[in-house]
Ligand binder design. Structure first.
Ligand SMILES: NC(=O)c1ccc[n+]([C@@H]2O[C@H](COP(=O)([O-])OP(=O)(O)OC[C@H]3O[C@@H](n4cnc5c(N)ncnc54)[C@H](O)[C@@H]3O)[C@@H](O)[C@H]2O)c1
Length: 362
């Protein structure tokens, strides 16, 4: 490639950040890793070793984010824990960098306002790393919706995560920041793809959280919750996040779009069915039931590494937006639209399901 390489870096080198950086972002053509940062010097050292194994010999390591920002890095992956996403992303934008920010990108309404202002006052590109929007079946459904095959839709989605993976009597895990975050805040993987398909945004939200916490020892914050979302175009979306549940096999994201002309849904059950599309269409005569369309999260002929290949395709999109000076589809407005509803649902649940209006930070 003749074009100048984009100098990339990453802050937050936990299991997610490290893998996403050296296996995905660095694999995008036209990128050059120049700097990595974590509070933990050991993680910085390990990441640099992994980068060297992949032929990247001149990457600088930092334990101080302010120093990292002084380097020549142009585009930053923010993959720290949720408590720091908004602050670090805003600092990076103010330092003139482009930012790809892990989700949820904010943890409060105030952080949403602060981050929106930081993004809007800077020319750099800002994108949220909502990888589930890059699944093949989500993009196939989006095309079907846009072609009018589904008509007006009601949508629902759930994220089921087996309680045994969070807490097990024999496997005592150290509690992380995740255990203290109400699971409903983590609805972005479910709401994100639906809003993306519908090209819609959220108007109001109600939340309902059970009084019972079946895994309190491991997850002090409520592990289960429901958000009811009404969109600006008038669609209703129901999201259930169930981290304290007993699923059949592994964790899974189920989706369903139930329309006036057609329905598409993922086959429920276990991870091997996840993403397999079941569909029915009004225009198909004598259809006796749902048909099984072979559209899965991964793309035919492409690697399914990293969330069925979605992580890499997302990285390519981020770099393309920088190179072509295009606003990312998953920019700040989208980021707020998928992160604020979980926060509002949590507040609403403590006020008997009171309807919360989405703030407008335009
Ligand atoms: N999109 C997905 O599919 C997906 C999957 C897993 C995790 N995630 C997200 O990725 C993020 C990271 O997940 P993880 O499991 O690797 O988390 P983690 O908590 O294990 O790692 C976070 C790392 O950030 C570092 N860090 C925190 N504050 C810092 C600071 N100010 N400066 C430098 N380093 C700092 C910590 O030392 C730690 O090494 C989370 O926000 C999570 O929600 C997304």
């Amino acid at each position: 490639m003749d074009e100048k390489k984009i100098k990339i870096g990453c802050v937050g080198l936990g299991p997610r950040g490290a893998d996403l950086f050296y296996n995905r972002l660095c694999a995008v053509e036209g990128t050059e890793p120049v700097a990595v940062c974590d509070l933990d010097a050991k993680k910085v050292e390990n990441c640099i070793k992994e980068l060297e194994k992949r032929g990247h010999m001149n990457v600088k390591g930092f334990t101080d984010f302010a120093e990292f920002l002084k380097s020549d890095v142009e585009a930053v992956l923010v993959a720290t824990d949720v408590t720091t996403h908004a602050t670090l992303a805003a600092q990076a934008m103010d330092a003139g960098k482009h930012v790809l920010c892990e989700i949820p990108n904010i943890r409060s309404v105030e952080e949403g306002k602060m981050l929106a202002e930081a993004v809007r006052r800077n020319p750099g590109k800002f994108m949220v790393a909502e990888n589930c929007c890059y699944w093949a079946h989500i993009n196939a459904w989006k095309q079907m919706y846009e072609e009018g095959l589904l008509g007006e839709v009601y949508a629902e989605s759930d994220y089921l995560h087996p309680a045994k993976e969070i807490w097990h009597p024999e496997v005592k895990r150290e509690k992380t920041w995740r255990s203290y975050m109400p699971a409903i805040h983590y609805l972005t993987h479910n709401l994100g793809p639906i809003l993306y398909i519908l090209n819609d945004t959220v108007a109001e939200v109600s939340g309902f959280i059970p009084d019972i916490n079946p895994i309190e020892e491991a997850h002090p914050a409520p592990p289960n919750g429901v958000a009811m979302v009404k969109t600006k175009k008038g669609t209703v979306i129901k999201i259930f996040i169930g981290f304290g549940v007993c699923t059949v096999e592994g964790s899974c994201h189920n989706f369903g779009l139930y329309g006036s002309k057609g329905c598409v849904q993922t086959a429920r059950g276990n991870t091997s069915n996840q993403g397999k599309t079941m569909a029915s269409f009004k225009h198909t005569p004598y259809l006796k039931g749902y048909v099984d369309i072979p559209v899965y999260p991964d793309y035919p002929g492409k690697s399914s590494d990293g969330h069925s290949g979605a992580d890499f395709i997302m990285m390519e999109d981020f770099i393309r937006c920088i190179r072509e000076d295009k606003e990312p589809a998953l920019g700040i407005d989208f980021g707020l639209s998928i992160a604020l509803p979980g926060i509002l649902a949590d507040i609403s649940s403590r006020e008997h399901g009171k309807t919360m209006q989405m703030p407008d930070f335009a």
